[in-house]
Design a binder for this molecule. Sequence first.
Ligand SMILES: N#Cc1c(-c2ccc3ccn(Cc4ccc(CN5CCOCC5)cc4)c3c2)n[nH]c1N
Length: 229
Amino acid sequence: MPLRIDVITIFPDYFAPLQLSLMGKAQQSGLVTIAIHDLREFTSDRHRSVDDTPYGGGAGMVMTPEPWGQAIDAVVTDQSTLIVPTPAGKLFSQPVAAELAHSTHLIFACGRYEGIDQRVVEYYRPRIDVRELSIGDYVLAGGDVATLAMIEASVRLVPGVLGNPESLVEESHQLPGVEYPSYTKPPTWRGLDVPEVLLSGHHDQIARWRAEQSTIRTTHNRPDLLPGS
Ligand SMILES: N#Cc1c(-c2ccc3ccn(Cc4ccc(CN5CCOCC5)cc4)c3c2)n[nH]c1N
């Protein structure tokens, strides 16, 4: 059963990249089907409006619930998971990507302005799995880029999508922390040599060197990922 993804957005063109490269191949192979829907197709006024002023005051505009209700109702099934990107969401992570990769149907609601009327989440939460997710502690202008990131991170984990599943095996055995540095030909580039151990053919020494490099990089770049931190 291929993973089906429906994306609802006011900027469908943001999702043209999903036709390229790995994501494009995943769709051509039938492992994943991705459909993009323009939220404005689900409006009923002649201005095709999707936002209004926030109750309680405050800056900016909020996306009105009805177009979202019409758009989600057009694609939802009892197997759907509704993903709502938001700065207020739980942090999206590799384990979450693995969960989404094993879903049957994902609906991404890409908000803009200051977000979507919360009643959309409240309406669907008793009916289907609803997940408010954030891709990190920085503020984007909308949910579209977050959705692209979550789709790419999840779809690459769908069995059969990655040409070389060995990459996923290595990833899953990744020591806590960040990965070791990678090198390829030429052996010398602008006077810089590839670390000698990588040319030695001694796989135990290479594994030890890579583990040491991972620890050095994690300590420097991501001490929060060190065991016991
Ligand atoms: N995933 C993800 C994201 C998003 C994200 C995702 C979805 C939408 C939809 C609209 N925006 C814009 C936006 C900007 C600022 C604010 C803050 N609020 C503070 C209190 O007053 C109201 C406003 C909210 C919404 C979005 C941003 N940003 N960063 C992530 N990791």
